[in-house]
Ligand binder design. Structure first.
Ligand code: GLU
Ligand code: MG
Length: 450
């Protein structure tokens, strides 16, 4: 007996077949935002996915190096199953892979209850909490990434694609010598991502592609697919696209900025107040207040790697302090200058490595606590945003951020204990492995002189 509503599956199979699709790539996000899935033959679609497609639950906490980190209900519980069931509204043909459609799945336990570690579930829960207040969060994701090409004989085996300086906001072959970015823009534009524009970012080999805004869950789905697609498109060219936060010592990091506003049930924007001096409504101010008050624990999921904390720093365009400002790019939270229906916040905290569902869920959790508790933000920053006299610093490392998340029971309640526990177990293992690894920096620093 299936726990799921299977009524849409056979019609979907027929529609897909008519459209020339013979494979559905059924995927869901793990804790670090990797799309895990299976390619399912359309001819067997309804039969294969009717009861949910089984995966091992410990895939949530499988590391990039293949280690399986234990968490409650994982390895020590005998590696039980989870099952993925397609959200048919997300079926989307993959433009560069003829005959293939991608479909995002929701993840359940075998008894049909939701898998609470699933990042998409965590975000759904947050969106429902807003809905209970008659509010709809709207999000515009903005992701930066580097493109690399193979370089034999170098320590990592990769170098920056199109190496050259000063190409920020240029277009064409100068900063994109093989049209990698241009081709990606066209493909992504046909992939239902609401992609609108692409440009060379500030650093050599670094790019940004912008997406339009939409409801939070849809925005997270699109950002999740975007990252997977950019990496896949680069692989087809023998390149490596990376959303690693700070891949190089001599260039800046890659951010995952989130444009965020709230509308009511009828779609009317709620962040503008023309009568206020700064044009921001009470709701917007409270959202800012909550995000700032909970920034250290939000950082744990918006900046989820050991490497993330090397992106922060003075004069980086990335944040350093827990502050906000009106049209100020040196602040952690910038309020762009547009008002009226376009009034929004731009949270610049997260880096590109963040899981899109979790980064958005973390921001929403902070905002919701601000709204519930009517948290007034501190004075807006004016001018230079990296003066440590003026505001608290962000966590200086992953360990500090994870500790903040563990202590923050209000955020923990909104994200859900099973998720927070699994996430902390996974990330503390990563931190411990890093702390005991000998790095090339240490060898250079010590080996010859000591
Ligand atoms: N790369 C910067 C960051 O890490 C942001 C640059 C920009 O303002 O777009 O957040
Ligand atoms: Mg940018």
């Amino acid at each position: 007996m299936s726990h799921f509503d299977t009524s849409g599956l056979a019609p979907a199979r027929d529609r897909l077949t008519e459209d020339g699709i013979d494979v559905v790539r059924l995927g869901y996000s793990d804790l670090i935002g990797v799309d895990r899935g299976r390619d399912v033959l359309v001819s067997r679609f309804d039969r294969t996915v009717g009861g949910g497609v089984a995966f091992c639950r410990s895939v949530y906490t499988t590391t990039p190096l293949g280690g399986v980190v234990d968490f409650n209900g994982g390895l020590s519980a005998g590696l039980p199953d989870i099952v993925a069931f397609p959200d048919l509204d997300t079926l989307q043909a993959v433009p560069w892979e003829p005959g293939v459609a991608h479909c995002i799945a929701d993840v359940f336990n075998p008894d049909g209850t939701p898998s609470q570690e699933s990042p998409r579930y965590v975000l759904r829960q947050l969106v429902e909490q807003f809905a209970a207040l008659g509010l709809r969060p709207i999000v515009g994701p903005e992701l930066e990434f580097y493109v690399l090409e193979p370089a034999e004989g170098t320590p990592t085996g990769w170098r920056r694609y199109g190496e050259s300086t000063g190409h920020v906001y240029t277009t064409g072959r100068k900063g994109d010598p093989e049209n990698t970015l241009l081709d990606a823009l066209r493909h992504l534009g046909n992939y239902g991502l609401e992609v609108v524009a692409a440009n060379h970012e500030f650093c050599s080999g670094q790019y940004e592609i912008n997406m339009w805004h939409s409801d939070a869950l849809d925005a997270a789905d699109r950002a999740h697919r975007f990252k997977d697609a950019v990496k896949e498109l680069a692989r087809r060219r023998g390149q490596l696209a990376t959303f690693m936060p700070k891949p190089f010592n001599d260039e800046g990091g890659s951010g995952f900025h989130l444009h965020f506003s709230i509308v009511d049930d009828a779609g009317a924007p709620l962040f503008a107040d023309p009568a206020a001096e700064d044009g921001l409504s009470e709701l917007a101010r409270w959202a800012i207040g909550g995000i700032l008050a909970h920034a250290p624990s939000i950082a744990a999921i918006a900046n989820p790697t050991v490497n993330s904390y090397k992106r922060f720093g003075p004069d980086t365009l990335a944040p350093w302090l827990i502050d906000w400002g009106l049209d100020n790019r040196s602040a952690m939270l910038r309020v762009p200058p547009e008002r009226g229906g376009a009034t929004r916040l731009e949270l610049r905290l997260g880096d590109a490595s963040a899981n899109s569902y979790l980064a958005i869920a973390g921001m929403l959790a902070g905002a919701l606590l601000g709204i519930r508790n009517k948290i007034e933000p501190p004075e807006a920053l004016v001018g230079y945003g990296y003066d440590t006299e003026r505001a608290e610093m962000l966590p200086q490392g992953l360990g500090q951020a994870l500790d903040a998340l563990e202590r923050d029971k209000e955020i923990g309640d909104l994200l859900g204990t099973p998720f927070v526990e699994a996430f902390l177990a996974y990330k503390r293992d990563e931190l411990q492995r890093f702390q005991s690894a000998v790095t090339d920096w240490e060898f250079r620093e010590y080996a010859h002189h000591l």
